[in-house]
Ligand binder design. Structure first.
Ligand code: HEC
Ligand code: HEC
Ligand code: HEC
Ligand code: HEC
Length: 266
């Protein structure tokens, strides 16, 4: 976090916390939340959330916008893109093998955290990532935003009774489980793209493959939502596992559908 200034998070006059990114302010307003009049504790999440989220550029004028209107999870955001709520924006790229119109997820840390056990308990990004530190008897807020396991004592033990070792092992276990399922999802999605490519090579038409391409688009969105999130599951293990489960399911549906197209028509 080197390239932005104090005023991204602090009012330059009063040094109070404030949110600066207009796209985030507008997107949260559509959810009925005025971020700059939120509680002090909520602002301790919003100052980070203004960048650590999923976004896209509006086709009409290039402004940053967020797919938050229907909810803060991968399914609601997908629905936002599918339903035309993103206006002229419909895709980020076309997959080279399957020719499916793809979306690229950014880093949805805010959305992942938003419905977590920690968020429900009022624990914000700042509690873990900007802990209070002590130096020569002085207490200050760490501005080194990095992996909290570098400061487990200050970041976690002010609330948790477990030892630092136990907590680290817990984070590691969540990370291992997430990594394993993320790989399975990634490989299944890759297989789905290949299956479509094989069907194309065998002569299947765009019309016949339209549904398959929608399924792989959705499958990869769920995988990417997790892969692009930087917490490796920790911020919200069950939300992340649900999202990976959806990815694997949609990828299998794609493979089945594509095989049916090939069997039925060629
Ligand atoms: C990414 C957001 C962010 C940026 C950028 C940022 N701060 Fe902070 N700062 C915070 C948060 C969050 C707190 C904790 C405030 C609270 O909860 O009251 C804080 C607290 C402070 C405090 C209060 C004293 C303390 O240690 O708790 C000072 C002073 C401060 N920041 C100075 C700065 C300066 C100077 C810069 C630029 C070099 C800066 N901050 C950049 C988020 C930020
Ligand atoms: C103005 C946008 C912006 C804001 C505000 C912001 N970040 Fe970031 N953050 C980034 C970008 C971009 C990166 C990746 C590039 C980098 O490391 O500079 C990053 C990287 C990080 C990393 C990884 C750093 C590492 O060690 O690799 C952490 C952790 C992080 N941010 C936490 C936070 C927290 C917590 C807050 C709120 C207090 C916050 N960020 C506010 C843009 C932002
Ligand atoms: C309860 C503590 C906690 C809260 C709350 C929390 N994080 Fe984290 N965050 C972590 C831990 C622990 C990791 C490292 C996980 C790992 O290494 O497997 C992490 C990892 C990250 C990373 C990647 C850091 C790296 O080294 O690459 C980013 C970025 C990040 N968090 C941003 C956020 C943002 C933004 C919020 C709020 C919306 C948030 N976190 C809320 C504990 C927390
Ligand atoms: C401000 C207080 C606070 C901080 C800081 C905090 N936690 Fe928590 N944590 C909680 C609360 C409250 C719960 C809810 C369950 C409970 O009451 O123990 C919780 C739950 C958890 C859980 C179980 C999560 C689940 O999904 O069931 C883990 C694991 C955890 N914390 C790890 C950490 C780690 C690692 C850190 C530091 C990076 C950390 N916590 C920092 C308060 C905190």
């Amino acid at each position: 976090d080197q390239w932005f200034g104090c005023s991204t998070c602090h009012d330059p006059e009063t040094m109070e916390l404030r949110v600066y990114q207009q796209g985030f302010i507008d997107s949260m307003a559509r959810r009925g939340i005025d971020v700059n009049n939120a509680s002090h504790n909520d602002k301790r999440a919003y100052v980070c959330a203004q960048c650590h989220n999923e976004y896209y550029f509006m086709k009409e004028d290039g402004r940053v916008n967020h797919p938050f209107d229907n909810g803060l999870d991968a399914e609601s955001e997908y629905q936002f893109y599918q339903s035309g709520q993103a206006g002229g924006f419909t895709q980020d790229w076309i997959h080279a093998d399957s020719k499916a119109p793809m979306l690229k997820a950014q880093h949805p840390e805010f959305e992942t955290w938003a419905t977590s056990v920690h968020a429900d308990a009022g624990v914000t990004c700042v509690d873990c990532h900007m802990p209070y530190m002590r130096e020569n008897g002085q207490k200050y807020t760490s501005h080194w935003m990095t992996n909290p396991l570098k400061t487990t004592e200050e970041s976690c033990l002010k609330c948790h009774d477990e030892s630092a070792e136990t907590l680290k092992a817990r984070v590691q276990t969540i990370g291992d489980n997430t990594f394993k399922l993320q790989r399975i999802a990634g490989q299944t999605v890759a297989q789905a793209h290949k299956t479509i490519k094989a069907a194309m090579d065998a002569g299947a038409t765009d019309e016949q493959l339209a549904e398959s391409r929608q399924l792989v688009r959705e499958a990869q969105w769920y995988w990417d939502w997790v892969a692009a999130e930087n917490g490796m599951g920790f911020h919200n293990p069950d939300k992340i596992m649900r999202t990976l489960g959806l990815s694997i399911d949609k990828a299998h549906q794609c493979i089945e559908k594509t095989n049916a197209v090939v069997k039925g028509s060629l």
